[in-house]
Ligand binder design. Sequence first.
Ligand SMILES: Cc1cc2nc3c(=O)[nH]c(=O)nc-3n(C[C@H](O)[C@H](O)[C@H](O)COP(=O)(O)OP(=O)(O)OC[C@H]3O[C@@H](n4cnc5c(N)ncnc54)[C@H](O)[C@@H]3O)c2cc1C
Length: 247
Amino acid sequence: MAINWIETEIIEHTRWTDSLASLKFKGNVPTYTAGQYTKVGLHIDGELVSRPYSYVSSPNDDYLEIIYVNVPDGVLTPKLHELKVGDKLQVMEKSVGFFTMNEVPDGKNLWMFATGTGLGVFISLLKTSDPWERFDNVILVHGVRHSNELAYQDQISEFDKNKPGKFTYIKTVTRETIDGCLNVRIPEGIKSKQFEELSKVVIDKDSQFMICGNPDMINDTVELLNEKGLERNRRSKPGNITLEKYW
Ligand SMILES: Cc1cc2nc3c(=O)[nH]c(=O)nc-3n(C[C@H](O)[C@H](O)[C@H](O)COP(=O)(O)OP(=O)(O)OC[C@H]3O[C@@H](n4cnc5c(N)ncnc54)[C@H](O)[C@@H]3O)c2cc1C
């Protein structure tokens, strides 16, 4: 099926680290559901090269935003990394994907497990009222290698400020020891019960789990949750685990 492309304009390029960055852009792109992704593209050597990216922005924002990592030897991301304010970015008109709140069954607690750029889609979801209205407790766990990859701290503080007593944010940094952060991979944090201790929320059938990020983290986390009797959520058979894989 032919893709309809919309030309947008870069309005901000935030560099969190040398290789992790966010792009804000504006254009006449139809609305989307928080948690969905689109394709963004650039003309490279006469060809439109595109890749899928989850929106970090939320439907109520008056801009569009993605977060990306500049993949060494990647095709698109080194070119995204060169973009400046005022440059053009092609965006697929339609947004797609099922990592959205309406695909997640009800529950008492909502756990969001992210590594690296996987955080972005949760920022989009948490900017909407759905997670807060449908769950008593929301726990966001972000795993990174180095502390400077802990993006969107201001936005996350705002969630915390606006939802007192309802939100737990757990940061875990694997290659540094940092005050206020754990130093474990996400599966280890589950196994050791450190996440349950910090959030005072038990990992059981009363919880829904949304997972996005590194495929090894996703596989290991799903395996651990399976051992606790929690299964993948499917439309034909609702479960407790909803996930999005980027590669
Ligand atoms: C549904 C969906 C949503 C996605 N959303 C995002 C997003 O929000 N942010 C984002 O950065 N990427 C996202 N991706 C991945 C993105 O589409 C590209 O694969 C990535 O940006 C690399 O593009 P590239 O052309 O530079 O590299 P390519 O030449 O296509 O190389 C791909 C390789 O890059 C590595 N890679 C891909 N994505 C990542 C990543 N996020 N972090 C670390 N290494 C990676 C993997 O080793 C992969 O095999 C998403 C993918 C899918 C399928």
